[in-house]
Design a protein around this ligand. Structure first.
Ligand SMILES: [Zn+2]
Length: 352
C-alpha cells in the first residue's frame, strides 16, 4: 500500500498521536477556513444569520478530497466568542475576526457564564462535525479551540489583557478561570460525540510574549487542568503554543509544557525539530514543520519540496504527525498545500 492510502486514516492518526510512530506519516492541515476556497464560497455564506452546517461540511470534505490529508477540523472555524457580546466581522473573502472584544468592559463578564458559549453558532459548528463524521468516518476530526490565554485575550482584548497581567493579577485570574470554563464547555459540547482530539490553538500562550515565569504560572496550570478534563472524556489533547521552545535555554519551559500531560505538541515558526525532539521523545507526539507564511504561502514548489525533505530528514521515524507551523486559512494557495502533502507522501514512499 502506498503512503497516504489505506482504509482507516483516523485509526492511524490516533495511533501516532498516542505514541506509536509510523513510516506512513499522517497529515493534518489544521484547516480552519481554507475549505471555503475549495468550493469558492464566501465566508458570510457559512456565517450567515444561521451557521450553514451543510455548506461548512461540504467545504471541509471538498478540501480533503483535493489534498488528501488524514485529519480535518470538522467545521469552517471561527474563534468568535459572540455568545458573550462584542462584534465579530465576517468579510466575504476574508477570515472572521473580532473587532470589539466582549469583555473590554469588565462589568460585561458578570452577565455571562462560560456555558453560554454553547449557542446557536456552536450548535451549527457541531452539526458540521456530525455531517463530516457521517460522510467520512475514516478521517480523524480535530476540534480547534483557543488555548487558555488565547481565549482570555480574545475575550478581553489582547493588549488590555497584557496590561492586566502587569497591573491587575486578580482580574487575570478571573478571566483565566472563565476561559478554562469556555474551553471545557466547548470540549464537552463538540467532543462528546463528534471529535477525536482537542487542539489548543495557543498563539498567546506564549513565553516570549508573557515572560517565561508568567507563561508557566498563568497558562500551564489551565492547560493541565483542561488536559485532565479531556482525558476523562477519552479525548487526547494537542497543544500549540507560539514562541521559542527548541533552544537549550528553553528546555525547562518545553518540559513544563509537556508535563501538563498533553498528547501532542505542535511547534510554531523559528523552532528546530531537533531541539523539540530532545524533550518530546518518548513523551509526546510532535507536530509542526514548514513555515506557514515564508514557505507554504509564498512557495515556490521547489522550495516547498526542499523544506518537506529537510523536515522529514529529522522527523521521519519519530512519533510525528505532519502539519505546517500553524493553521491554514483561506487565501493559502491550494496548489502549495497539495505540493507539501504530495512531497511528504513521496518521502515516506521512498523511505519505508
Ligand atoms: Zn500557530
Amino acid at each position: 500500500m502506498r503512503a497516504g492510502e489505506g482504509p482507516d486514516r483516523r485509526e492511524l492518526f490516533l495511533s501516532v498521536l498516542s505514541g506509536t510512530p509510523s513510516e506512513d506519516i499522517p497529515v493534518f492541515l489544521r484547516d480552519l477556513t481554507l475549505g471555503l476556497d475549495a468550493l469558492d464560497v464566501n465566508t458570510d455564506e457559512v456565517f450567515g444569520p444561521e451557521y450553514n452546517a451543510k455548506l461548512s461540511a461540504a467545504c471541509v470534505l471538498e478540501l480533503q478530497r483535493r489534498i488528501g490529508h488524514d485529519a480535518v477540523v470538522g467545521s469552517i472555524h471561527t474563534y468568535s466568542l459572540e455568545a458573550f457580546g462584542g462584534t465579530t466581522v465576517y468579510p466575504a473573502k476574508g477570515i472572521p475576526y473580532m473587532s470589539d472584544p466582549p469583555f473590554a468592559d469588565l462589568d460585561s463578564m458578570e452577565r455571562y457564564v462560560p456555558e453560554d458559549i454553547c449557542d446557536r453558532l456552536m450548535e451549527g459548528m457541531r452539526e458540521s462535525y456530525r455531517i463530516v463524521r457521517k460522510k467520512a468516518p475514516h478521517l480523524a476530526e480535530i476540534m480547534n479551540v483557543g488555548g487558555p490565554v488565547n481565549t482570555a485575550g480574545n475575550l478581553r482584548g489582547l493588549e488590555t489583557l497584557m496590561m492586566d497581567v502587569i497591573l491587575n493579577p486578580d482580574v487575570v485570574s478571573g478571566l483565566m478561570a472563565f476561559s478554562e470554563g469556555v474551553i471545557r464547555s466547548t470540549a464537552e459540547y463538540i467532543g462528546t460525540d463528534c471529535a477525536d482530539a482537542l487542539f489548543l490553538a495557543a498563539a498567546s500562550d506564549n513565553p516570549d510574549m508573557l515572560g517565561l515565569e508568567e507563561y508557566k504560572r498563568i497558562s500551564l496550570p489551565h492547560v493541565k487542568s483542561i488536559t485532565e478534563f479531556c482525558h476523562g472524556m477519552g479525548l487526547p489533547v494537542i497543544f500549540h503554543p507560539h514562541g521559542l521552545f527548541s533552544t537549550g535555554d528553553r528546555r525547562d519551559v518545553l518540559k513544563a509544557s509537556l508535563d501538563t500531560g498533553v498528547d501532542g505538541f505542535q511547534f510554531a515558526e523559528d523552532n528546530t525539530p531537533e531541539g523539540i525532539l530532545k524533550e518530546t521523545r518518548g513523551k509526546c507526539c510532535v507536530m509542526g514543520g514548514l513555515d506557514a507564511f515564508n514557505v507554504l504561502l509564498l512557495g515556490p514548489d521547489e522550495r516547498i519540496v526542499r523544506s518537506v525533505d529537510s523536515v522529514l530528514d529529522v522527523l521521519f521515524g519519530e512519533d510525528y504527525i505532519m502539519t505546517c507551523s500553524c493553521s491554514v486559512n483561506r487565501g493559502m494557495p491550494l496548489d502549495n498545500v497539495k505540493t507539501m502533502v504530495d512531497a511528504a507522501r513521496a518521502y515516506c514512499g521512498r523511505s519505508s
